[in-house]
Design a protein around this ligand. Structure first.
Ligand code: IMP
Ligand code: MG
Length: 196
């Protein structure tokens, strides 16, 4: 690994008027590792849901890259839908206050639902999504996340499936954003706390 510069990488990039690209980030999980693991999870899910009426439900926006790769790795017929989970950080609401928009979700009554999200951090988002989807009367609900962040969980539940466990660092790429940037990166990078 390159020696780390004394100044936060973001500060250096800003001062030099350089785009903040992969040069300025510590790569936590590379593209090949992600792709291999997602394919492996796809195979596991294909066995589990063979001959089942599966609907894979991605959580916008963070899950889009994971969702697209995962559904292509599930080689049994299934439907794909999306929901949106947004947290409001306005003055009158707590940061954790969440709204779930299910207007784009196809009918999942009597079907097996697999909720797919980018990261399980405190777990509040996923827990809230499961609670919301119960009202749609699916046959079953399971959850799959790309990442679990260690030592952050605030809820009783744990995801049924995950690809990687990561330490408590802020990550970007492969769907995950910092202020809506970096989602398109095919790998996962860690941003330094000092850079945020
Ligand atoms: P939770 O409700 O605390 O589990 O947070 C889940 C949501 O927070 C994720 O779907 C992400 O949108 C966001 N999030 C949590 N940690 C990170 C991170 O390290 N990078 C980018 N987004 C994150
Ligand atoms: Mg998210």
């Amino acid at each position: 690994m390159r020696p780390r510069p004394a100044l936060p990488l973001r500060t250096i990039a800003r001062r030099c008027d350089l785009p903040i690209t992969d040069t300025f980030m510590h790569r936590l999980i590379d593209e090949a590792t992600i792709q291999n693991r997602v394919k492996e999870l796809g195979r596991e899910l294909s066995e589990l849901y063979a001959d089942r009426p599966l609907t894979v439900v991605g959580v916008l926006t963070g899950s889009v890259l994971f969702l697209a790769d995962l559904v292509r790795a599930i080689d049994v017929p299934h439907r794909v839908g999306v929901v949106q989970a947004s947290s409001y950080r306005g003055r009158t609401t707590r940061p954790s206050e969440l709204t779930v928009d299910m207007n784009l979700l196809p009918d999942v009554r009597g079907r097996d639902v697999l909720i797919v999200d980018d990261i399980f951090d405190t777990g509040n988002t996923l827990q809230r999504l499961v609670e919301s989807l119960v009202h749609c009367e699916p046959q079953s609900i399971r959850t799959a996340v790309l990442l679990i962040k260690d030592g952050r969980c605030e809820v009783e539940m744990a995801p049924d499936f995950h690809c990687f466990r990561i330490p408590d660092v802020f990550v970007i790429g492969y769907g995950l954003d910092y202020n809506d940037d970096y989602r398109h990166l095919p790998w996962i990078g860690a941003l330094d706390e000092a850079d945020l």
